[in-house]
Ligand binder design. Structure first.
Ligand SMILES: C=CC1=C(C)c2cc3[nH]c(cc4nc(cc5[nH]c(cc1n2)c(C)c5CCC(=O)O)C(CCC(=O)O)=C4C)c(C)c3C=C
Ligand SMILES: [Fe+2]
Ligand SMILES: [Fe+2]
Length: 356
């Protein structure tokens, strides 16, 4: 490339126009990257193993001693769990598209938000997974190729935890480390108390309950669990979950006895946040509660944890213990109220880059 100074009356003068052979770089556009947790590419042993290995090797997820954990992961967890989790994934798999529900729904959220923002041709909306595919790196590169030199990262977790939101950022910055011309990055903050999110949850809960053939005596608001030691060390996750439930109860006009906060999906033998959802479901049934609904406001999309763990296992636990009617309410997913909420958040966080 010819950047050589030219001479004018013997004085060096740098050329102001880029030389003709300078590589062409697109720029001037704005990307929005939705990031969800991740999902296996298939339900058989090897895709399940690859996904679980990537997930459970993340130090943000498993904070145990790394040598001890390496042995447990490789000798025990990855020999058994790909089979059991694969079977659970098969019970909820989207066979039409041959992918998990989480992937189908996250793509649809991205398409719908993209359509709402399409009035501004500078904006490009895309989606990625922290574990598995499409990877964060591949989608950041695709956005950059389309000319996005400013990118808003949107971790799709209303409640912050280091095991979810922070690791999405870590992976983003890992990819940026390898880029010569890095885009400017913004990150959407957790939205556990955002009035639009709370309104969306309240109106969707009312509509979902009205559509049931029974009136639940108790509604369980079940969040993915976290080891208790992580919150003791300063992770705000529990407080975010509790605030969401308090605001939701206020919005619905429900007492603390009608809307319970619980934690599901415990992994390993350490103490996790309590009460555990499965124990609460069993206790309620044993104490004579006949009709229960479970909602999962911490998941922006239905996934194995909501469809299988709540929809199938939760129902079994309730009925086995004497309950009569059980429903797992769908997540906000790609409903209009969800897309409106997510789009409002995106517009707010883009302010200064784009003024709507
Ligand atoms: C929404 C918040 C989530 C938190 C917090 C979280 C913490 C966390 N998870 C595990 C272990 C597993 N989680 C698994 C699935 C899974 N987890 C979340 C969300 C959170 N996890 C989602 C949305 C999903 C579903 C993905 C899908 O494709 O449907 C799994 C895999 C499934 C299984 O084998 O059970 C594991 C394992 C830990 C250890 C942890 C906190 C430290
Ligand atoms: Fe999880
Ligand atoms: Fe689970």
């Amino acid at each position: 490339m010819n950047f050589m100074p030219q001479r004018f009356w013997g004085v060096a003068r740098a050329p102001l126009a880029a030389p003709a052979d300078h590589p062409l770089v697109n720029y001037g556009r704005i990307g929005v990257l939705l990031v969800n947790l991740g999902t296996p590419d298939g339900t058989s042993y090897w895709p399940m193993r690859r996904y679980l290995k990537e997930f459970l090797s993340d130090r943000r997820v498993i904070e145990a001693n790394s040598v001890v954990w390496w042995l447990i992961l490789n000798m025990v967890v990855l020999t058994k769990r790909p089979f059991t989790s694969g079977e659970a994934y098969r019970s909820v798999w989207n066979s039409e598209r041959d992918e998990s529900p989480l992937r189908t729904i996250t793509r649809s959220q991205s398409d719908k938000i993209g359509a709402l923002l399409a009035r501004d041709p500078r904006i490009e909306v895309d989606w990625a997974m922290r574990y598995g595919n499409p990877s964060i790196k591949s989608r950041l590169e695709a956005l950059q190729e389309k000319g996005c030199d400013r990118i808003l990262i949107f971790p799709l977790y209303p409640q912050y935890s280091a095991a979810t939101s922070a690791t999405a950022c870590d992976k983003t910055f890992d990819a940026l480390k390898e880029m010569r011309w890095q885009p400017a990055i913004r990150v959407v903050p957790p939205y556990f108390e955002d009035p639009d999110y709370i309104d969306a949850l309240a109106s969707s809960t009312k509509a979902r309950i009205a559509a049931l053939d029974f009136e639940p005596e108790v509604v369980i608001s079940s969040f993915h669990g976290l080891p208790r030691s992580y919150t003791d060390a300063g992770d705000p996750y529990y407080c975010h979950c509790a605030k969401t439930v308090r605001l939701l109860g206020d919005a619905l006009g429900w007492s603390e006895n009608r809307l319970l906060l619980t934690f599901q999906s415990r992994f390993g033998s350490a103490e996790w946040l309590q009460p555990y959802t499965a124990d609460t479901i069993a206790d309620l049934a044993q104490r004579g509660v006949k009709r229960v609904a479970v909602m999962t406001p911490g998941f922006s999309s239905d996934c194995i944890e909501t469809l299988e763990e709540m929809g199938i296992q939760g129902a079994e636990i309730f009925l086995e213990n004497g309950g009569e009617k059980f429903a797992a309410l769908p997540c906000l997913n790609d409903s209009n109220e969800s897309i409106d909420t997510l789009t409002t958040i995106v517009k707010r966080e883009l302010s200064g880059w784009v003024d709507f």
